[in-house]
Design a protein. Structure first.
Length: 260
């Protein structure tokens, strides 16, 4: 399928499918916004403290005990990643609809990657907090690794437009390497800790499975496996995965530490 200017259009991105995606985006905007409001209204005041320990001597000197820097109110942090998704879906269904649909025809969704760079990074930070990763240096490293992973996903789409003669997977694998690193750190803390609340195990296991499913979705798209040969199908899969990951994390955190 080609546009009037002769350039290729991503498989499955028809006017009918775009209209369906608009309805999905409107519905998801409402669902994420309602959940954000509920969390703000119902959540307790639980917070987690970010700490820092700066060396006070030559290399090899024992670092002092970590000192508190600032508190992160968890209820508000959860509401923020839900609200970010709501804004993204609302924009792509309304004022940015033409740009969003034009990009989908080109086999890319810049709005997805920009939103994920913010919301998914905040989600990984929260999962890390509940796993005991609260040092400022580690927090900065997690942010860098996760944002890098998301941007590699954007590059993967940019390097593989519709009508390509071959598919380049190098950005995908670079992104996979960057993205798995925070999860290695999270897994280490959870396994090495003597006592971990059961709901934290649930958060880590469920969210790891969902986060890795985003990568699987992209791999299936670019290997054109089954229904994923249809770019629009992969786009809808991203919408479903995003709703599932954000909603489950929000209410896992709420049930474990914010209720009451």
């Amino acid at each position: 399928m080609q546009r009037e200017d002769g350039t290729a259009v991503a498989t499955g991105v028809t006017d009918e499918r775009l209209a369906g995606l608009r309805r999905w985006n409107l519905g998801l905007a409402l669902l994420h916004l309602l959940q954000a409001l509920l969390v703000v209204l119902l959540a307790g005041s639980f917070s987690i403290t970010v700490t820092s320990s700066v060396p006070e001597g030559p290399p090899g000197t024992t670092a002092p005990a970590p000192q508190a820097l600032f508190d992160v109110p968890i209820g508000w942090a959860v509401a923020v990643f839900l609200a970010l998704a709501a804004v993204d879906h609302l924009l792509t269904a309304t004022v940015c609809r033409r740009v969003y649909e034009r990009d989908l025809r080109r086999g890319i969704n810049r709005f997805r990657w920009l939103e994920y760079a913010l919301s998914a990074t905040l989600m990984v930070l929260l999962i890390g907090f509940y796993s005991g990763i609260t040092g400022l240096n580690a927090v900065i490293a997690v942010i860098g690794a996760n944002v890098g992973m998301i941007l590699f996903g954007w590059v993967q789409e940019a390097m593989n437009p519709p009508g390509r003669t071959r598919t380049r997977m190098l950005p995908f694998w670079f992104g996979t390497l960057a993205g798995v690193m925070p999860w290695v750190s999270i897994a280490y803390n959870v396994i090495a800790a003597e006592t971990v609340p059961g709901f934290v195990y649930g958060i880590v296991l469920v969210q790891a499975a969902l986060f890795f499913s985003f990568g699987l979705n992209q791999w299936l798209q670019y290997r054109e496996v089954g229904r994923w040969a249809d770019y629009a199908y992969g786009e809808k899969a991203y919408l479903v995965l995003s709703l599932a990951a954000k909603s489950l994390l929000a209410w896992q955190i709420f049930a474990g530490s914010l209720a009451g």
